[in-house]
Design a protein around this ligand. Structure first.
Ligand SMILES: Cc1cc2nc3c(=O)[nH]c(=O)nc-3n(C[C@H](O)[C@H](O)[C@H](O)COP(=O)(O)O)c2cc1C
Length: 333
């Protein structure tokens, strides 16, 4: 058989196997996904608690936090924490305790009183009773970012320190970044590895304020800072680069590596940035694609808001990292 015909046959067979692979993916997601009652309750709550606590620390890190924000999320967090089938203050609980502590401090310092704040203080007491051995260690406080960009400009960081200094910034100066500067950054981001050097990721840049408003309104994850965004990327990956059922998720992988390189390149250039999720169903993804004028053949991966950092913002959300013992599993044999 001639090599081209063989190649085409292999691709057709691989395509035919795609439904089987999706059914297997579906089974694993149903079995282990966070929404699945089959997955262990403790692990599901662990992740739910982290992401809900993060909404509180994120709200506190905005340029101007809104008094009494996040009532529904804090109530939800309380219920999840009380339902947590563990009595030791692990990473998720420590993060929540710190977020609630900072929330109360924010309101007390500004003398903002309200029955809601008394209720939150009561939540805190109940948590302290439940998790007697609570110790909230370093890494849970708002991150001091006041000298980060200065240190980058003065080349004071080693490369590892530079990587560790990156953070999601949710405040920008109202400035459109010149295209020449954006191009410089994208050139560096393109150096990301990709499977067989396929180079499937693309970037869509938006700098028109009205269009950015529209896109962010669909995305829905920038409350409290959407009006500060003057520069926005949509990171996509071209689906046509992939054929085999074995590479059905590769567009996400190559696109995410590209996005990470882009975030580091923005940071290296002294620009502030924040990745924004496109964890949408197809219908919403289509709306975003249409609004952004992005072809149907491209998978949307994430948005990235970026801009010149706002020098009056001195702190970023803590977004603490779990201890290495929960992340690094050394297989010695
Ligand atoms: C794919 C992805 C989607 C995200 N979506 C949002 C979002 O919609 N809104 C937001 O404020 N932050 C978003 N973030 C930022 C995360 O909250 C942030 O990366 C995390 O808390 C770790 O903090 P750090 O980036 O400051 O280290 C997103 C991050 C990623 C990687």
């Amino acid at each position: 058989m001639n090599p081209l015909t063989k190649w085409k046959l292999q691709q057709a067979l691989s395509l035919a196997l795609l439904p089987v692979e999706y059914i297997k993916d579906f089974y694993r997601f149903i079995r282990y996904g966070k929404g699945s009652p089959l997955a262990p309750k403790e692990r599901r709550l662990f992740f739910d608690i982290i992401l809900t606590a993060h909404t509180v620390e994120k709200g506190l890190s905005l340029a101007q936090p809104r008094p009494f924000f996040g009532k529904a999320n804090i109530q939800l967090l309380h219920e999840m924490v009380m339902d947590y089938p563990k009595n030791e203050a692990d990473f998720s609980i420590q993060m929540s305790m710190h977020a609630i502590h900072e929330y109360l401090r924010f309101h007390t310092e500004r003398k903002l009183t309200d029955p809601w704040i008394e209720k939150v203080a009561h939540f805190q007491e109940l948590w302290n009773e439940k998790f007697l051995r609570d110790k909230v260690g370093a890494g849970f406080s708002l991150r001091d970012i006041s000298t980060v960009f200065e240190s980058i400009a003065d080349r004071r960081f080693s490369y590892l320190e530079f990587i560790r200094s990156r953070f999601s910034s949710r405040s920008y100066l109202p400035e459109v970044i010149p295209l020449k500067e954006v191009e410089l950054i994208v050139r560096a981001a393109q150096q990301a590895p990709s499977q067989c050097n396929r180079q499937s990721p693309n970037l869509h840049l938006y700098q028109d304020e009205a269009k950015i408003r529209e896109l962010l309104a669909i995305q829905g994850g920038t409350s409290g800072f959407s009006n500060e965004v003057r520069n926005l990327f949509v990171v996509t990956s071209e689906i046509t680069a992939w054929s085999a059922s074995s590479s059905r998720n590769q567009d996400y992988i190559d696109g995410s590596l590209f996005a990470m390189n882009l975030l580091l390149a923005l940071h290296a250039r002294g620009l502030a940035a924040c990745p924004l999720n496109i964890a949408f169903r197809n219908s919403k993804e289509r709306r975003l694609r249409r609004c952004g004028g992005i072809p149907d053949s491209e998978r949307l991966l994430m948005l990235i808001s970026f801009g010149r950092p706002n020098p009056s913002v001195k702190f970023a959300a803590p977004s603490p990292r779990p201890p290495l013992s929960e992340v690094l599993f050394v297989h010695s044999a």
